[in-house]
Design a protein around this ligand. Structure first.
Ligand SMILES: [Zn+2]
Ligand SMILES: [Zn+2]
Length: 243
């Protein structure tokens, strides 16, 4: 019934490109021009946090960026589909703030390739949580929509409310790494009853900036006995040191 409805709607309203208004064959796709303009994250990148590097020698001997070498994150590996540039913003900002929830499908499809190994091995998909106050304003957690869509595509279990953000954290964008860590300290907790012991968790988010939020989530789950935590995001902010 749902597919029939969808087909009827598709005939009436042909699907548009994820990033612009060009009609495309199936929803959750880029038009050719946007696909060409999209900047996919590719090697060389840090083996741990996945930050794109300008050249392979920019990584240390272990293949890690300087930041991961100096202060190793709690997660084992982070990967992303797109570089967070103007094309990625055209997809992600309306998804986050303007109710373009149908973008979850297309973004999840883009995340399948960089996340293939992690998606195949993970025991459970868990989205980065939003604080309740922010959830009320926005009505949905964009990370949870991505996690549910990925779970559907790959038939993996997903626990959308496994993590809880208990403090309304200030926007992190303008803070230093130290300030971000202090702001997030104790802000993320496991929902009581979520049994994470011995599990390989794949954390899902829309954009990874410094990785501080993902790291706080990973710390909370590892402290509760998770075996391993990886991170998969739709987009990745490039390291300003390498721009
Ligand atoms: Zn387009
Ligand atoms: Zn790194």
């Amino acid at each position: 019934m749902k597919t029939l409805m969808r087909r009827v709607l598709d005939t009436l309203l042909p699907p548009n490109c994820l990033a612009c208004d060009t009609p495309v064959e199936d929803d959750g796709q880029f038009c050719l021009a946007c696909f060409r303009a999209a900047n996919f994250v590719s090697a060389p990148m840090c083996v741990q946090c996945g930050v794109p590097l300008p050249y392979a020698a920019a990584a240390g001997a272990g293949g890690k960026c300087g930041r991961c070498e100096a202060v190793p994150p709690a997660f084992t590996q982070a990967r992303a589909a797109l570089r967070y540039d103007d094309t990625a913003k055209k997809l992600i900002l309306p998804f986050k703030y303007a109710d373009r929830t149908e973008s979850a499908r297309g973004l999840a499809r883009l995340m399948r390739r960089p996340g293939a190994d992690m998606l195949a091995a993970a025991d459970v998909l868990v989205p980065v949580p939003l604080h309740k106050a922010r959830l009320r304003g926005r009505r949905y957690n964009q990370a949870a929509l991505l996690a549910l869509e990925l779970a559907r595509l790959t038939r993996r279990p997903c626990v959308p409310d496994a993590l809880v953000r208990q403090k309304h954290t200030a926007p992190l964008e303008r803070m230093s790494l130290m300030q971000r860590q202090a702001e997030l300290h104790e802000a993320i907790r496991l929902r009581p009853g979520f049994a994470v012991a011995g599990k390989y968790v794949l954390l899902i988010d829309d954009v990874m900036t410094s990785g501080t939020t993902a790291n706080a989530c990973a710390q909370a789950m590892l402290a509760a006995g998770a075996k391993r935590v990886d991170v998969l995001t739709a987009a990745r902010v490039a390291d300003p040191r390498f721009e």
